[in-house]
Design a protein. Structure first.
Length: 414
């Protein structure tokens, strides 16, 4: 018999997939908050258990990175950095390659959702400036922040969950060891797939770039300091784990330390705080409560115990993660799947398969990743340009198949 918590979970999944009932259109955070309240008021989880279910490390990390991302956007500093990158692009080929690898590598340091927010106006500006297809550059941005974030424990929220709740030893080294090379190959594949579908856009006409101006030089300086702190602390964490493990520190401290220059020294700190993506934080807190109630119901554990399926195999985890992420989005999928894997004694390779599959799922369809939705909503709001479901899928499906083959090969044979 299904418990109330499981019924609520299925209702949440259905609403996330549909997102609209009659005249009412729901945001994903609305649905997840409703699910958390439903299990709470029906006594599927106690107030104490609900409080402890919320992962404070994840919440604080996201808050810190959202502060840095908002400052980067408001100051115009990321536009400035991006210009330094793309000004060397003289052809469409070099521009697409620089965007793929530039945003891909940046997403390993900053959350891909943050880059989706900041990158959208940049690629729309480039499309207008060079009379290029906005669809080509929006897809380039979407695929770059998705693929690039695979190789880092702080590249996206689901990887952060895996690194913290999966108790991954030396997370930066581990993710790099398993996922760096297939990620680079996947970015190269993305270039060729985009060139295949947009061959008329790849011409030899030289490109000329206009430099942007900083909107707030003081905030830009603080943003620069924040980025430097992120880089230095990542290097320190890697070094401590390898050379002096007794001095290791949590991933959360990286984000909080990076946010401090902005929160302490910027006169615009209140404005930056208002711009933080609070709804995403509500989504995560609600998700933790709902998934804890579902876990307590023991429904999925009993099904897997009776099925005899080997759920810890990387070869199984990778495709299952991709497919399930299309139904419920990748972060809730990881929050539900990860405890099952941990209970079954998953290997490090299995955890890396979960990270790769849940992230690469964002390349298949628009709803596979929140970053895709962010890019499309921002594009429509700013210029009216957009990507339809078909626009995305006709390029995303072959790309995802190739991506899965690459990661599957490396995680099962290399």
């Amino acid at each position: 018999m299904l418990s109330i918590a499981v019924v609520v979970l299925f209702a949440v999944f259905a609403l996330i997939a549909v997102r609209q009932v009659g005249r009412f259109r729901f945001q994903i955070w609305h649905v997840m908050l409703g699910g958390a309240l439903a299990v709470f008021v029906t006594f599927q989880i106690s107030p104490v258990d609900a409080f402890y279910a919320v992962n404070i490390d994840v919440m604080l990390f996201l808050f810190g990175m959202f502060v840095v991302g908002e400052a980067l956007e408001e100051s115009g500093y990321l536009f400035y950095l991006s210009h330094k990158l793309v000004k060397h692009a003289r052809t469409t080929d070099s521009l697409v390659l620089l965007l793929l690898f530039g945003f891909g590598l940046l997403s390993a340091l900053l959350l891909n959702d943050t880059l989706a927010i900041i990158g959208t106006p940049l690629v729309l500006m480039l499309a207008k400036e060079h009379k290029m297809s906005h669809k080509l550059l929006l897809l380039t941005l979407a695929f770059s922040v998705t693929i690039g974030s695979v190789m880092s424990p702080i590249g996206n929220p689901q990887n952060l969950l895996i690194a913290i709740n999966g108790h991954v030893d030396s997370p930066f080294v581990t993710f790099f060891k398993y996922l760096f090379l297939p990620t680079v190959i996947s970015l190269v594949i993305a270039y060729f797939v985009l060139k295949l579908f947009f061959k008329d856009e790849f011409h030899e006409r030289p490109l000329e770039h206009s430099p942007p101006k900083l909107k707030d030089p003081r905030l830009a300086l603080l943003s620069k300091a924040s980025l430097a702190i992120v880089v230095v602390l990542i290097g320190a964490k890697v070094a401590f784990v390898q050379l002096a493990p007794q001095y290791d520190f949590r991933l959360t401290y990286i984000a909080l330390a990076a946010a401090l220059p902005i929160l302490l020294f910027s006169p615009r700190r209140v404005e930056v705080m208002r711009g933080v993506d609070w709804t995403t934080l509500i989504f995560f807190a609600s998700m933790f409560v709902l998934m804890a109630a579902v876990w307590n119901a023991q429904f999925f554990q009993s099904i897997l115990a009776q099925s005899g399926v080997e759920i810890t195999s990387p070869a199984m985890i990778l495709p299952v993660s991709v497919l399930l992420s299309q139904l419920i989005s990748n972060v809730p999928m990881v929050a539900l799947y990860l405890p099952l894997l941990m209970q079954a004694g998953v290997s490090t390779g299995g955890l890396m398969a979960l990270a790769a599959g849940s992230t690469i799922a964002g390349n298949l369809f628009i709803l596979g990743a929140a970053s895709n939705v962010i890019i499309i909503q921002n594009a429509e709001k700013r210029t009216g340009d957009t990507l339809t479901f078909l626009d995305f899928a006709k390029v995303g499906i072959p790309l995802t198949v190739l991506n899965i083959l690459v990661y599957w090969t490396f995680l099962t044979y290399v």
